[in-house]
Every structure is written in C-alpha cells, then in structure tokens.
Design a protein around this ligand. Structure first.
Ligand SMILES: [Fe+2]
Ligand SMILES: [Fe+2]
Length: 239
C-alpha cells in the first residue's frame, strides 16, 4: 500500500538530499508563503512581494518536476501516463490562472483567481505527496533518490520563473522552449538594488546552460531501461 511521504520520517525518505525531502521542503515553503498571503495584515507592497515569491517558486518547482520526475514515472509505472497527466493538467491550470492575474492587475476578480490558484497548488501538493512521490520511494533505493534529487535541484535552480501557457508540459519541448524563456524571466526578475546586474546576468546565462545540460541528461536517463532496485550501474547522469 502506498504511504504518503507526508507521514514518513526523513530517514525513510532517503535523507535530506533525496528528491522526496527536497520536494517536501519546497511544498512546506509554498504552503507557508500562501498562508502568509492569505492571512493579510501586510502592506500592498509586501503582498506583491509575497506573490512574486510564490510565483517564482511554483514555476521553477513545476518545470523541474516535468523535466526530471514525471518522465521517470512514465517509464517505471504501469499507470504513469495517467498519474503524470493529472498533475500536468493541474500545472497547466495553475499556469493559466497566474498568467491571467499577471495580465489583469486591476481586475476585481484578481483575488479570486489567486485563491483559486492556491487551491490548485494545494491539490497538486497532495497528489504528489500522497500518490506520485511514494511511487519513487517504492521503486528506488536511497542513493538513486539522492541522485534524482540533485538533478531536480539543478534544473529547478535555473528554470523559468513565470507563467508561459504556450510551453509544452513535456520534454523535450518544455526544455527547448523553456530554457530561452528562463533567461528572459530571470532578467525580468532582476530588481534594482538586488545586486550588481552584470553578475546576476552572468549567473543567468550560466544557469540556462545548466538547465539545458541537466534536461538533456534527464531525457536520456528517462529513456534508459529500468532494472531492479539497487542494481543500477554507476552512470554519469543524475538519475
Ligand atoms: Fe512538487
Ligand atoms: Fe507539482
């Protein structure tokens, strides 16, 4: 029987560097940010800053899932297509809602759209923690979970940070179209006073190269045949 990763101890999930613990930490951070936004009691500027933090985290997190995790599940699980199709649909709906919020800053329905996006994000987290991520725990040993975690983190660190409804949800299309947009997003994220622009821009360009490289490695890894747990040969790829 599948056991939600929410109720398992870190050691049962492969330790702090495993993909399961990395996912759980991000989900907890998202939940805390959404709670703070919903609690109110802050200035409009603070509310906007919170919203931007949520948006950046949501999109980089989801892009890395679609690039690194879901292709692995489609290869290893008999119902992988159905499982991943459901969370991809959730991601698309979140993407569309957040894009709508961005395009309509003065629309009176803005708060309602944001609340709908929060509800969908929470639904997505539940699906992942209760159904999809436990499958990775059942399928892979701790070492492999840490390698998948490192790959996911590498892609997430340089993934797009804004909604792009036209970008496909699956590799290789998402990586091919998402990487150039990631550079654009991160340049737009640069805020005056947040540090030397030249240094940040250089990091963005290096990071985009990292996304392309990591995505290519994951696509290749996802196409490799899967063997019994714990008997994978050491490989230069990440999962
Ligand atoms: Fe997630
Ligand atoms: Fe997700």
């Amino acid at each position: 029987m599948t056991v939600s990763i929410t109720v398992q101890e870190p050691a049962q999930l492969g330790g702090s560097a495993s993909i399961l613990m990395r996912q759980r930490r991000d989900h907890a951070r998202l939940d805390a940010l959404m709670n703070r936004w919903q609690a109110g009691g802050v200035t409009d500027d603070e509310l906007d800053a919170l919203w931007q933090d949520i948006v950046q985290l949501v999109f980089s997190h989801a892009f890395a899932e679609e690039t690194v995790l879901w292709p692995v599940l489609r290869r290893t699980e008999a119902d992988g297509e159905e499982l991943t199709g459901r969370v991809e649909a959730e991601h698309q709906a979140i993407n569309d809602l957040i894009a709508q919020v961005g395009k309509s800053p003065d629309d009176p329905r803005r708060t309602e759209w944001i609340q709908q996006a929060f509800a969908l994000i929470r639904e997505d987290i539940r699906d992942e923690e209760d159904e999809l991520l436990p499958r990775l725990r059942e399928r892979f040993g701790d070492r492999r979970l840490r390698r998948i975690g490192a790959a996911w983190e590498a892609v997430r660190a340089t993934a797009p940070t804004r909604p792009h409804p036209g970008v496909p949800r699956r590799p290789p299309g998402n990586a091919l179209r998402g990487v150039p947009l990631s550079v654009f997003d991160r340049l737009r994220d640069l805020a005056p006073g947040s540090g030397p622009a030249a240094r940040r821009a250089a990091l963005v360009v290096c990071g985009a190269a990292g996304v392309a490289g990591a995505a290519a490695l994951m696509i290749r890894a996802a196409r490799r045949p899967e063997h019994a747990r714990g008997r994978h040969p050491r490989r230069p790829t990440c999962a």
